[in-house]
Design a protein around this ligand. Structure first.
Ligand code: SAH
Length: 378
């Protein structure tokens, strides 16, 4: 379905998408390119892959014919395949992507007036079973590779025509921000998320910059410091409750890492300032976590943390056990948070009509038991 041609993967070929520069150099070395000159070849490839968005080696006209042929024989640039594309009435786009092994994930593009946000997945499914989240009902199928995480960005840029024309300056891009708020828990697949996002941030390519990348976590406390040190993106925390008892029920991970530990890790996150605030996400569940007392407890809890509170109207999905708080309730809650000095934007639900809104993503990929797989292969 993708209009952009891409060099396909074959069983023997190594995928170059998602490799950092040293890994790219090693891959070229393994293909027989001499050590002398590897740096320059890597720089050229990098430019084609991440500045120009080339999906096939044939397009890389500054490389020698010989180099292109060798790459063609040993390497691939394959993007995930688009299994379905849906466009919401509000312009939100959702892609269902099929990976090389047939696993399915979703990626969502949300255009706004001054920016365009790409919401990407880090896992097929999720292990966390948050009570209000559709993805949580799917279970975990597997982690995405760095290439599959970055591949979502490349593919969205292909589809949106978002690669700069040759020689063009840094003109306005369709994708200005990337959020790891799709399927999965990014801190349970951190190495691959880090590798992919460092490439997306890199100024000699896609050039998003670390501040325009937001990693959202349900609170994998021991990984938060590493995320700060090794990636340094913006941070979002899916808080959703101010007392452990309720948070245990909504976000079962809280039983392992309770609120006090989570907030201590947030306070220690590097370079938080008024210009670089942490985001607390708070899903508004009618009669569950949306009282004035909850709002007051929330501002007390996060006192002193440079933060904004993102209030997310609950997005229902088939069989979901909650309702969204009423508009007036959300506004009253926002008002209390706001008066305490925190920006409290209410997230406008986008793409609800195509089940592309927060917490609505779910693919049909199922965890196959080893015994079933053996039976299917027999
Ligand atoms: N696992 C990470 C990344 C998922 S982000 C995390 O938990 O942060 C997806 C965001 O949407 C999270 O803040 C999540 O709590 C929220 N969310 C999940 N289900 C939702 C729903 N049905 N309605 C609104 N927001 C939801």
């Amino acid at each position: 379905m993708s209009a952009v041609p891409s060099t396909p993967a074959t069983p023997e070929s190594v995928s170059l998408v998602g490799l950092d520069r040293p890994a790219l150099a090693a891959a070229l070395g393994a293909m027989g390119f001499p050590a002398d000159g590897l740096r320059m070849r890597v720089a050229q490839l990098w430019h084609w892959l991440y500045m120009r968005g080339a999906g096939e080696f044939a397009a890389m006209t500054t490389l020698s014919k010989e180099m292109r042929a060798r790459l063609e024989a040993h390497a691939s640039l394959a993007r995930p395949e688009i299994a379905a594309e849906r466009i919401s009435d509000d312009g939100t786009r959702k892609w269902l992507l099929k990976l090389a092994d047939g696993a399915l994930v979703e990626t969502v593009y949300i255009p706004e007036e001054a920016r365009g946000t790409l919401c990407i997945s880090s896992q097929v499914g999720c292990t966390l079973t948050c009570r209000f989240c559709h993805t949580g009902t799917q279970g975990l199928v597997r982690n995405l590779t760095a290439g599959e995480i970055l591949g979502q960005v490349l593919l969205a840029k292909d589809r949106l025509g978002d690669w700069p024309a040759p020689g063009a300056g840094k003109d306005a891009r369709a994708i200005t921000n990337v959020v790891l708020m799709g399927m999965g828990e990014p801190l349970y697949n951190f190495d691959n998320v880090r590798d992919a996002m460092l490439i997306a941030a890199d100024g000699e390519g896609i050039g998003l910059g670390k501040r325009r990348i937001t990693l959202s976590t349900a609170g994998v406390v021991p990984m938060i410091a590493r995320a700060g040190a090794e990636l340094g993106s913006a941070l979002a925390i899916s808080l959703h409750a101010v007392k452990d008892e309720l948070r245990d029920a909504l976000v079962p991970l809280n039983k392992k890492y309770p609120i006090a530990e989570l907030l201590a890790a947030v306070r220690a996150y590097p370079v938080l300032s008024n210009a670089r605030r942490v985001t607390f996400e708070y899903v508004m569940l009618k009669g569950v976590n949306d009282s004035d007392a909850d709002a007051r407890a929330l501002v007390k809890l996060i006192a002193g943390i440079p933060a904004k509170i993102n209030l997310i109207p609950f997005n229902p999905w088939p069989g979901s056990p909650y309702e969204c708080s009423d508009r007036g309730r959300i506004e009253a809650f926002a008002e209390i948070v706001n008066r305490a000095g925190y920006a409290s934007p209410v997230r406008t639900p986008r793409g609800r009509d195509i089940l592309a809104a927060c917490g609505q993503l779910k693919s049909e990929s199922k965890k196959v038991r080893a015994s079933e797989r053996r039976r299917a292969e027999a």
